[in-house]
Design a protein around this ligand. Structure first.
Ligand code: 15L
Length: 275
């Protein structure tokens, strides 16, 4: 296939994906942002610059067919920062995708678009958004943008609701949310290459028995996780749980607890049910 553009190549997930996408035989144009990156092979071209600048986007997308958009703010931050990096930049790359006739955009969404669900609920592909902050809210907006660019402009879209992408799970929440690096790369490859005429959102998580999410939509694009947090459960459950009581209640964990208004301080007092 024609090349893949990878934004956010200078980030943590970008560092996981670059060697694996190259090893899978893809030609990469890697958007480095402000990081200094050396190409890993002759099959990789590094493109520096700010994605809000259409010239940067044009250089990133030239000759590619699919954009894997991993760039942006990846933690909870004040809304103006999130709006620049996750809303304005996403709009800029989608408009670039139109200019360059890209077939598909794979968008790094996040479990934090659903972080205010209680940990006792299991969510399907169609669960309504319940963001746990401005970061999660930006991902709900990004998913809706992917839907819009398919419906209005025919650009295929896959939103990956990524859990905790880490080398290994390190705390009790990760027993539900972990996605190992090899699984993440497999998922991205499926999302970039699976036959799909339309838009689809899928959960991005390893084969964890304690998972909060129904992974059948990811299976539908060919994803078969090979890693599982279960292997780490005994060691993790024997240790301390770093979450405060609010973080323990909600799927988003510590993100849900940021700037959380306690029930007794809310207008009208505590709701009848906590969820
Ligand atoms: C994410 O979406 C974040 O980018 C990352 O910082 C982690 O918080 C992860 O989710 C998670 O939920 O563990």
């Amino acid at each position: 296939m024609a090349g893949i553009a990878l934004s956010g190549a200078g980030g943590q997930i970008g560092g996981v994906l670059r060697p694996r996408l190259l090893a899978a035989g893809h030609v990469l144009r890697s958007g480095a942002g402000f990081a200094v990156l050396a190409p890993l092979s002759e099959a990789e071209t590094v493109v520096p610059g700010d994605l809000r600048d259409p010239d940067t986007v044009d250089r990133l997308l030239a000759g590619t067919e699919v954009l894997v958009h991993m760039a942006g703010t990846s933690v909870e931050r004040p809304l103006p920062e999130v709006a620049e990096n996750n809303l304005a930049a996403l709009h800029a790359v989608y408009e670039g995708a139109r200019r360059h006739g890209l077939r598909r955009v794979v968008f790094a969404s996040s479990n934090h678009a659903f972080g205010m669900y209680p940990v006792t609920e299991r969510l399907g592909e169609d669960a309504p958004f319940r963001p746990d902050g401005f970061y999660g809210l930006s991902k709900a907006w990004g998913e809706a943008m992917g839907r819009m660019y398919w419906d209005k402009h025919g650009i295929e879209g896959v939103a990956l609701r990524i859990g905790s992408a880490l080398p290994r799970p390190t705390e009790p929440r990760h027993l539900a949310t972990w996605i190992g690096h090899d699984d993440l790369a497999d998922l991205v490859l499926c999302a970039a290459t699976a036959p799909l005429r339309g838009y689809r959102a899928v959960w991005g998580v390893s084969d964890n028995s304690r998972c909060y999410w129904d992974t059948s939509s990811a299976a539908a694009i060919g994803y078969r996780p090979r890693q599982s947090a279960d292997a780490f459960a005994d060691a993790i459950l024997a240790g301390a749980d770093p979450r405060d009581p609010v973080a323990r209640r909600f799927q988003g964990g510590s993100f849900a607890a940021i700037d959380y208004t306690p029930e007794e301080e809310r207008p009208g007092g505590a709701p009848p049910e906590r969820a």
